[in-house]
Structure formats: structure tokens, C-alpha cells
Ligand binder design. Structure first.
Ligand code: SF4
Length: 470
């Protein structure tokens, strides 16, 4: 997964726990397993039933909590967040969970997704006297909650959520309860698990395996889940939910060991690779995948085509985080530090290189070059998703349309640009068949907007200029 040089970035992960004697360490391990969803900042808020305590900072989870801070966080519930920010947006004030204090108590909130009407709501709130501390769209929701006029926090949240549009998996916590909410399209994943007598919630189920929790069910689109000392109850805040889960969670973002809405990500990717081999066969000697996210699809392509799968590209796992400058030379160096071609595998061979996406085309060009420099005779690039032609407004940083190579160039022009012998993409139908979601649901219950341009929500005039996303 070469997110930071590929131009396609995960945007945040959320975790929550209630009813456990050690919620903060559990949240720590949960966030650790969601680290691939955001590496810029992390935070945990814990509640002991009477007050909230927060620790957050810039960096990876183990850096933010590197001095044993977690050992001073006691309570019965916690929420946590890992964050990815767009360039220039790295700012401790925006690191979540955000916490707001008032005479009536405190409210912590963490968000995965992006609100498409945040800017107009923010302008409206500012006209009414609200003052914002952050550039995060998440803070807009906190203001709507506090201004709702209802007494009960559940009613306040329900009221606020009827005003926001877009993608959100929200985790809220007050002193005596944890509340989770998923947008009416269920664009982002959010699962519920059990840990002893307590409940856990996570953006991905891989966190449950790490902490020893058992999977219970998904949070439904338009559902509010309230967990307190009495247990779990569910309420609805949308009368017409219609699932449109992000297809790219299956293709690229989620960990292969996670189940997204009950479909295993590795199996889905493998099946996408098989579809790709059926749609776009080629005579070759070896199949290889760009690590890590394309390995499963490469295995599927190899299985279907009968061409052996080999580790032709190796990821260097010990580079650490490199702050790659936007200069051409340093970007080239960045790829070489992170990825190597295995000469013994590719030399003199016709190589099928499987990747999951082409965003700007620069990373693909560098990887094709790496393979050729290692002696590959031919390089045939196969992409396990359709071309990304449209920007995402739901919390995935896919740049603007003009930066997306597939929105301005044909497949043949992209092939020429990346220097491949052949290039093919999976069809939209192949993507839906490969992921295997129920066809009875309209649009198969998945968002395809970055491929088709058909967005599952209204797109507001301010959507082109989103707030700091998460
Ligand atoms: S537009 Fe693409 S990346 Fe964004 S939510 Fe939809 S499928 Fe996912």
C-alpha cells in the first residue's frame, strides 16, 4: 500500500468501547490495528462515568502514546481515532476525538468520512454566533448538537444528524454513554463486537481479532447505537436509508483480514483478480502484485489464468515514514526506498503486474520502470478496479478531477504514459461481481461514484472545497 506516494489516501478510522475495566489499552490496540487508515494523528478519550480524559497528538499511535500515557487513563468506556489529513492540514487542533465542555457536561466525538454540506452549515452557524476552534467538518456537528434545543443527548445527536449530509461513521461519548452513528448511505464501514460483558465498535473488524472480541453485527445505515451500563439499544434517525458502501474499501483501503459488511476483503480482492483474468487475459510467464493491497488480486489473477504467482515486488517495511517532497527526484527516490523489484523473479520474463488503482499515473510509471530495470522483458499492467475518473467527496482524498489521469486520458494514452506493454482495467460489472454484494439491493448497495460519476448523495456547491476531511 503506497498511499502517500500514490495520491490515494485512506481517511481515518474510529474505535469505541463501553463496559470494560480497561478501555484505554483496548482502544490503543484497536487503533493500532486501524493505523493503515490514517498516520498523521491519533487520540483516545476515556470516561470513568463522571469525567472525560483525553490524550492525543500528531504521529503514529505508538508515537502518540509512546510515554505510557495510556496507563493513566482509567474508566469504563473510551473512543479513539486515527487521522489522515490533506496537505497543509496537519494541525494538533484537528486531531480527534474532539472534546467540548459545557455546564451540562462534556461531549467527545470522532468521525470517519466527509460531510458534503459542512461549509454551508458552518457559515450558517457562524452567522448565528458560533465560533470554531478547528478547520474540521466534525466540529460543525458538535455545534449542531449543542444548539439543537433538546435536553437529552441522544435527541440532540439525532437532530444534528438530520442536518448533515455526506459520509460519516461517528463515535460520540458523554460521561455515561457511548453513541455511534452511520450515515443513511452507510458509505463507511462500522462494525459492532462483544468483548466480555462490554461492547466494541470499529471501522474494521481486524481490530476485533487483535483485542479478542467477537463480531456481533454491522451498524446499519441511518442507525444510532447507544451503549451504556444498561447495555445496547438502537434507534433510527433516517427514514429512507439506502446502503452505498464505498467500493474502494474492498479494492484498496481495508485490511485483507477485515470483513467489510460481512465480506472478507482478501477473498473479495482475490475474486476481483479472477474477474480481471477473465476479462483481460494475456500470455505471460509470471504474475506479481504491488504490495500490500494488490497481492490478493494478483493471487486471484494467477489462479484463474494458470500463470504462476511470484513475489516480483518487495516492500521495504523498515523505511519508517518519509516526508516526501513534491520534487520529481525525491519522489523517484521515495518509490525506490519503499519498493524493490526482485531481479531473480522478473529477469527475462513477461510479467503481469497487478495493481488496484491508477490515480495520477506517476507511481505506476515508476513501478513499471523498476520492473524493466530488473530485466523484465514485457510488463503487462492489469488494474483490479475500473478507471478512477471522478473525485470522491466522501472522505477519500482522490485529488481533483484534473489530477486524475483517467479523467483526462484514454486507456491507451495512460498505457503510453506509464510505459507498459499493455494496460487493462476491470469493468464496473466485474467489480460488482467480484465483490459479490447482493444484486437485489439497488446499485448493489455500493458506491461506485469515482468510477461512474453517479454519487449516492446530493453534491452541494461547497463540496468542491471541503473542510478539513476525516
Ligand atoms: S466515490 Fe469512490 S472512494 Fe469515494 S466513497 Fe464512493 S467508491 Fe469510495
Amino acid at each position: 500500500m503506497l498511499a502517500e506516494i500514490k495520491g490515494l489516501n485512506e481517511e481515518c478510522g474510529v474505535f469505541g468501547i463501553w463496559g470494560h475495566k480497561d478501555p484505554a489499552p483496548i482502544a490503543y490496540y484497536g487503533l493500532h490495528s486501524l493505523q493503515h487508515r490514517g498516520q498523521e494523528g491519533a487520540g483516545i478519550v476515556v470516561s470513568d462515568g463522571e469525567k472525560l480524559k483525553t490524550h492525543k497528538g500528531m504521529g503514529l499511535v505508538n508515537e502518540v502514546f509512546g510515554k505510557g500515557e495510556i496507563n493513566d487513563m482509567y474508566g469504563k468506556g473510551a473512543i479513539g481515532h486515527v487521522r489522515y489529513t490533506t496537505a497543509g492540514g496537519s494541525n494538533l487542533l484537528n486531531v480527534q476525538p474532539l472534546v467540548f465542555n459545557s455546564q451540562k457536561g462534556s461531549l467527545a466525538l470522532a468521525h470517519n468520512g466527509n460531510l458534503v454540506n459542512a461549509t454551508s452549515l458552518k457559515h450558517q452557524l457562524e452567522r448565528q454566533g458560533s465560533i470554531f476552534q478547528t478547520t474540521s467538518d466534525t466540529e460543525v456537528v458538535a455545534h449542531l448538537i449543542k444548539r439543537s434545543g433538546f435536553e437529552d443527548v441522544v435527541d440532540q445527536i439525532k437532530n444534528a444528524l438530520t442536518m448533515v449530509k455526506g459520509a460519516y461513521a461517528f463515535m460520540f461519548m458523554v460521561e455515561d454513554k457511548l453513541i455511534a452513528a452511520l450515515d443513511p448511505n452507510g458509505l463507511r464501514p462500522l462494525s459492532i463486537g462483544r468483548l466480555g460483558d462490554g461492547y466494541v465498535l470499529s471501522s474494521e473488524t481486524c481490530a476485533f481479532d487483535i483485542i479478542g472480541a467477537t463480531y456481533e453485527r454491522e451498524v446499519e445505515p441511518g442507525e444510532l447505537v447507544i451503549i451504556d451500563d444498561e447495555g445496547l439499544r438502537s434507534e433510527r434517525f433516517s427514514s429512507s436509508p439506502k446502503r452505498a458502501i464505498c467500493s474502494m474499501e474492498y479494492v484498496y483501503f481495508a485490511r485483507p483480514d477485515s470483513n467489510v459488511d460481512q465480506i472478507n476483503v482478501h477473498q473479495a480482492r482475490k475474486s476481483l483478480g479472477k474477474q480481471l483474468a477473465q476479462e483481460h487475459p494475456i500470455e505471460a510467464d509470471v504474475v506479481t502484485g504491488v504490495p500490500d493491497s494488490s497481492i490478493s488480486a494478483a493471487i486471484g489473477y494467477a489462479e484463474q489464468s494458470g500463470i504462476p504467482y511470484e513475489l516480483g515486488l518487495i516492500k521495504n517495511r523498515y523505511v519508517g515514514r518519509t516526508f516526501i517532497q513534491p520534487s520529481q527526484e525525491l519522489r523517484e527516490q521515495g518509490v525506490k526506498m519503499k519498493l524493490s523489484a526482485v531481479r531473480g523473479v522478473v529477469e527475462g520474463k513477461r510479467v503481469v503486474m497487478i495493481d488496484d488503482s491508477i490515480v495520477r499515473g506517476t507511481t505506476s510509471r515508476r513501478i513499471v520502470k523498476l520492473l524493466r530495470e530488473a530485466g523484465a522483458k514485457e510488463v503487462h499492467v492489469r488494474i483490479s478496479a475500473p478507471p478512477i475518473k471522478n473525485p470522491c467527496f466522501y472522505g477519500i482524498d482522490t485529488s481533483t478531477s484534473s489530477e486524475l489521469i483517467a479523467s483526462v486520458k484514454t486507456v491507451e494514452e495512460i498505457r503510453e504514459e506509464i510505459g507498459a506493454d499493455t494496460l487493462e482495467f476491470l469493468s464496473v460489472e466485474g467489480l460488482m461481481d467480484g465483490i459479490g454484494r447482493s444484486k437485489e439491493m439497488e446499485n448493489c448497495g455500493q458506491c461506485l461514484a469515482c468510477f461512474t460519476g453517479q454519487y449516492p448523495t446530493e453534491i452541494y456547491p461547497d463540496t468542491d472545497h471541503p473542510q478539513e476531511k476525516c
